[in-house]
Write a protein that binds this ligand. Sequence first.
Ligand SMILES: NC(=O)c1ccc[n+]([C@@H]2O[C@H](COP(=O)([O-])OP(=O)(O)OC[C@H]3O[C@@H](n4cnc5c(N)ncnc54)[C@H](OP(=O)(O)O)[C@@H]3O)[C@@H](O)[C@H]2O)c1
Length: 247
Amino acid sequence: MTVKTIIAFGATSAICVALLRRYAAAGASLYLVARDESRLAACAADLAARGATVTGTSAYDFNDAHRHSAALDDAAAALGRIDLVVVAHGSLPEQADCERDDALVRACMEDNLTSAAVIMHAAARRLEAQGSGTLAVISSVAGDRGRKSNYTYGAAKAGLDAIAQGMQGRFAGSAVRVVNIKPGMVASPMTAHMEQGPLFAHPEDIAPRMQRAIERGSRVVYVPGFWRYIMWVIRLLPTAVLARLPI
Ligand SMILES: NC(=O)c1ccc[n+]([C@@H]2O[C@H](COP(=O)([O-])OP(=O)(O)OC[C@H]3O[C@@H](n4cnc5c(N)ncnc54)[C@H](OP(=O)(O)O)[C@@H]3O)[C@@H](O)[C@H]2O)c1
């Protein structure tokens, strides 16, 4: 499906920006939603300079669950029809900090699962009413198996997997598509504190594959693609073996 109109939640995230720049170059119309107002304004200006029509923006913390429907209504009024809803926000706390601080566990669930779940449900209603459109959510390879290095974040992302799978069942046979995007390690502000080994990709490297998956309506896409095989092996490892690995 050709995508001409997009609402992006978490529009200022590095991975989302890389994707939106591709649509901007193709002249898409965008409605951008993010938390930080000044970064959002800069992002809107960047995308407009690259060819997009930015029809509107909205800045708020996504844990304000009552704001999402209004953002979708505004976007629909500005865009006419919504071809694509992108859900791209998230936060990555240190696992060791979560083990010490219950508030961080809760914040991780709210930033990565609760807020995204509410947005996905509200977006699904909107696309269902239109009769077509694509909902693309950025989850993570971290959701494929609980590992000692990041199981709190991984649990939240696994929740997004379950929602995406359920919605794919709900919309089977219709023209609404739900695309679950699973990045591996990507160089972005979220991972800036980590040592960037050879498995790290850049947002602009993974954006073309994300865009193809969205346009094909693929159910799941690993980006880069080799993560499908890495996670296949990790899922098969016996728990006792996984426990001995530093991952
Ligand atoms: N980088 C990776 O290795 C990697 C791997 C797998 C999956 N992912 C996922 O990819 C997506 C994009 O991440 P990224 O790598 O592009 O990181 P990023 O540039 O740090 O973007 C994360 C974005 O999420 C926003 N955010 C977090 N909590 C929010 C909240 N409560 N309300 C509104 N916005 C909120 C942040 O807003 P502020 O700027 O206001 O903080 C930021 O714009 C995330 O879902 C992430 O979990 C990333």
